[in-house]
Design a protein around this ligand. Structure first.
Ligand SMILES: Nc1ncnc2c1ncn2[C@@H]1O[C@H](COP(=O)(O)OP(=O)(O)O)[C@@H](O)[C@H]1O
Ligand SMILES: [Mg+2]
Length: 335
């Protein structure tokens, strides 16, 4: 859906921001670009919607070289979310959200109805927040409006530049989770820039780890954490990369103990043993561990798609899973 072919960007002052970059983002995929400040992430992103033109190489969106597409038409197909949000201060939240549909010539009522729908989608109440001005919202709410506005015209591609950077860590994690839930339904092709390795790991289907103007590794978070391609990547992802991997390692059936005694109890106990903490199969090891630590029982019931217990996760199972999670991955293996 988005394809970089040997793209170099040299600014007028001679700075090479991006050097011979090639990568591809599949349709419906969320790719995070992560690296230290000044490594060329924003430059990369801005070449997709032609806010920056490559010095050499090509950028294709949906098979089309963007150099040949009218920038205004291009930008209407590409949602753009930035840290500073960039809401119009003298327009209401509803009208801010309706900006692109209005530009596209939608009737006012249709644009506003769409805006209200989008505000609801990002967890704001159109009746309460819609009539307000941006200054009357919290930072987290403004970020939500930024996402709603970017999605309003239903663009196939979304560019997000440090979209959750301006809020405190708790709000940030909530916004990240909300966006992931949203992405699971809207399935946009997303490029998300961040300098935060945790965010890159949590959000990305795949992640591009940048060195200076170049991608050092482009792979799934589990593989980047499990098998860093270079010492630079290993250093960037941190010595606690094994722990970080817990967030992207799901609990699998092989981690479970069948618990015969427990099975009886499920059958016999009122409500099928509902007092025990339960997590669905596929929960991250990190969340499973957190749940385990919140309860005294020393085990979790893991349930299948139909909600029925599949087995229990005990400290021994956690240990097996941890060893699996922290073992180096086969670089050829794909999930
Ligand atoms: N308009 C510009 N003119 C000259 N240099 C620029 C310009 N924009 C960015 N740069 C430089 O290009 C490099 C990459 O910048 P940028 O893409 O913004 O990095 P990042 O988003 O990773 O922090 C930096 O050295 C930055 O100073
Ligand atoms: Mg930047």
């Amino acid at each position: 859906m988005i394809r970089f072919e040997r793209v170099t960007k040299r600014y007028d002052d001679g700075t090479t921001a991006v050097d011979d970059l090639s990568f591809e983002v599949a349709e419906g995929e969320l790719v995070t670009l992560v690296g230290p400040s000044g490594c060329g992430k924003t430059t990369t992103m801005m070449m997709v919607n032609r806010l920056v033109e490559p010095t050499s190489g090509r950028v294709l969106v949906d098979g089309q070289d963007v150099a040949g597409v009218d920038p205004v038409a291009l930008r209407r197909k590409i949602g753009y979310v930035i840290q500073q949000v960039g809401l119009f201060p003298h327009r209401t939240v509803l009208d801010n959200t309706a900006t692109v549909p209005a530009l596209l010539g939608w009737k006012k009522t249709a644009a506003r109805a769409r805006a209200a729908e989008l505000l609801e989608l990002v967890g704001l109440d159109p009746a309460v927040h819609g009539p307000r001005y941006p200054a009357q919202l919290s930072g987290g709410q403004r970020q939500r409006v930024g996402v709603a506005r970017a999605l309003a015209a239903d663009p196939p591609v979304l560019l997000m530049d440090e979209p959750f950077g301006a809020v405190d860590p708790v709000v940030r994690e909530r916004l990240q989770n909300e966006f992931l839930a949203l992405q699971a339904t809207v399935r946009k092709t997303v490029l998300l820039v961040t300098h935060d390795i945790e965010e890159a790991v949590r959000m990305g289907d795949r992640m591009a780890v940048y060195g200076q103007g170049r991608i050092e590794q482009f792979d799934t978070p589990a593989t980047v954490l499990g098998s860093p391609a270079t010492p630079y990547v290993a250093d960037f992802v941190g010595s606690d990369r094994g722990l970080k991997r817990l967030a992207v390692t799901p609990v699998t059936e092989t981690d479970l103990d069948s618990w015969t005694e427990g099975t009886e109890r499920y059958a016999g106990a009122p409500g099928g043993g509902q007092g025990d903490p339960r997590v669905p199969l596929g929960t991250s090891l990190k969340d499973a561990l957190a749940t385990l630590l919140q309860h005294d029982g020393g085990r979790l019931t893991v349930t299948g798609d139909d909600g029925r217990p599949l087995g229990v996760l005990t400290p021994a199972g956690v240990h097996r899973a941890l060893r699996r999670a922290t073992a180096p991955t086969d670089p050829g293996a794909r999930p």
